[in-house]
Design a protein around this ligand. Structure first.
Ligand code: MN
Ligand code: MN
Length: 463
């Protein structure tokens, strides 16, 4: 009787699976190897420009050729398309009729929360030279003080030429720093609410402290630093006006834990979805046309001409359709998209913000979100039960370890992804991604098992 009950329960109940419990050692070895490749990619992809460059380098090696609007395309072509150096699309033209099979799309974003420099950044005060900053994306500002920081970006000079900057990544480089108050004088600060522990205007970056030897000049430290920058990059203070410079953590990705189950890194959001999507397009043989969109500006609402709201991505699909003599409208109606973006992960240290039955659990696989948004699903792409069923069947048939979740408790907050902008094009779209602990922090944590199952899921979706 007991056994019969057990089997009935096994038959009827749904239970999440933990990847490390389910997988055999051979598969876990592959999983750990995938994680090594991911860490290498992630460590040098801290800004959207660098990520874009690294993707181009990888796909060029795999035989992909650059595509420009107006180029001719044919079945079997492997191409990449760069949008203003800050977003990139990688695609393969399959032999299946586009009007019947549509395009299989993986959409992810290559920007991550960080701190940008203001356009007039430099000033000197009380023995320091600082850069003034303006943060990008939703950060807890206090987390970015007293940690090693690196400076990355591009400066367009007066004559129109440009110089790329990356300081703080090499062991021999200097790093940069944001001050915080000593606890001895921090009593009032610690009474303030989290938003105000460190304010936006206090996120000033220490960039130097050595005076230029000239009694007559005011701002001797600033002058000395400008002299260093002029010698190294040929820039003047005015050139900051046309620059995009970002401050990012100077840490490299590292394994976390005695058993190395987890990866700590800056930028898991959303490179832990970008890298598996890219690899899925490279590694999968498919008769369908497959496309990875890796876009910019998700962290500030997908705005501008490099974010997902820009028409350029629809135009790119139109270019593919016209080349294949297909109606873009018919093709879009048959196309399907996994919007690959990280999701929150249940954190046993903060159980109160999660509703555990519907939270992603670490190492229980890649997580699908039928909807995101906030409150009463406001601003969510709400995928249909039909599309959920279709994706579920693919994952079940191919032994992908996956789970379904919400970000957290219904009334507590929420967030969005690029999913709704893809869905607006009349494309079935579902949110899916790697669960992240401490999302948007300078150092985030993911499970190698979840990363690897994102890769498996994306491969089987585009196959
Ligand atoms: Mn994201
Ligand atoms: Mn984010």
């Amino acid at each position: 009787m007991e056994e019969k009950e057990k089997s009935l329960q096994e038959k009827l109940f749904y239970r999440k699976k933990n990847y490390f419990e389910e997988a055999d050692e051979k598969d876990i070895e592959k999983c750990f190897q995938f994680a090594e490749n991911y860490k290498t990619f992630l460590g040098k992809s801290k800004t959207e420009r660098e990520t874009c460059q690294n993707i181009v380098e990888i796909v060029k090696k795999a035989g992909f050729k650059e595509f420009h609007f107006g180029d001719k395309l044919k079945v079997g072509d492997k191409r990449y398309f760069v949008n203003r150096g800050k977003s990139v699309a990688v695609f393969k033209i399959g032999k299946n009729n586009l009007e019947k099979s549509g395009i299989k799309i993986l959409g992810s974003h290559i920007d991550s929360p960080r701190i940008d420099l203001k356009q007039n950044p430099m000033y000197e005060d009380s023995g320091f030279c600082f850069f003034k900053t303006h943060y990008y994306g939703g950060i807890k500002k206090y987390q970015w003080t007293t940690i090693p920081l690196a400076l990355h970006g591009t400066i367009i000079k007066k004559d129109g030429s440009f110089v790329n900057v990356s300081i703080g990544e090499d062991e021999s480089d200097p790093i940069f720093y944001i001050n915080d108050l000593l606890p001895h004088l921090g009593q009032e600060q610690m009474m303030s609410n989290g938003h105000k522990i460190i304010t936006g205007e206090q996120l000033n970056l220490v960039v130097g402290g050595k005076a230029y030897k000239d009694k007559k000049v005011k701002d001797k430290i600033k002058l000395n630093i400008l002299a260093i920058l002029n010698e190294k990059y040929g820039i003047l203070e005015e050139d900051f006006l046309s620059s995009e410079l970002s401050i990012v953590p100077a840490y490299m990705p590292r394994d976390i834990g005695f058993d190395r189950a987890f990866i700590g890194a800056y930028g898991h959001d959303d490179k832990s979805c970008v890298y598996p999507s890219l690899r899925a397009v490279l590694d999968t043989q498919s008769d369908d046309t497959i496309l990875a969109l890796m876009v910019d500006k998700e962290e500030i609402g997908s705005e501008g001409n490099t974010g997902m709201k820009c028409k350029i991505y629809e135009d790119l699909m139109d270019e593919i359709c016209e080349n294949m003599k297909c109606s873009p409208r018919v093709v879009r109606s048959k196309s399907k998209c996994l919007s690959a973006d990280v999701t929150s992960c249940f954190d046993p240290n903060f159980p109160n913000v999660y509703e555990k039955t519907n939270a992603s659990i670490i190492s229980c696989g890649v997580s699908i979100n039928k909807y995101t948004g906030s409150g009463g699903k406001s601003s969510a792409n709400d995928a249909s039960a039909e599309f959920m069923g279709e994706i579920r069947k693919i994952f079940r048939d191919t032994d992908v370890i996956y789970q379904a979740s919400e970000l957290g408790k219904v009334d507590l907050g929420g967030g969005g992804t690029i999913a709704k902008f893809v869905a607006q094009l009349n494309i079935d779209t579902l949110d899916i991604g790697v669960p992240v602990i401490s999302m948007h922090a300078p150092y985030e944590l993911i499970s190698k098992g979840d990363l690897y199952n994102a890769y498996k899921a994306f491969c089987n979706f585009v196959k």
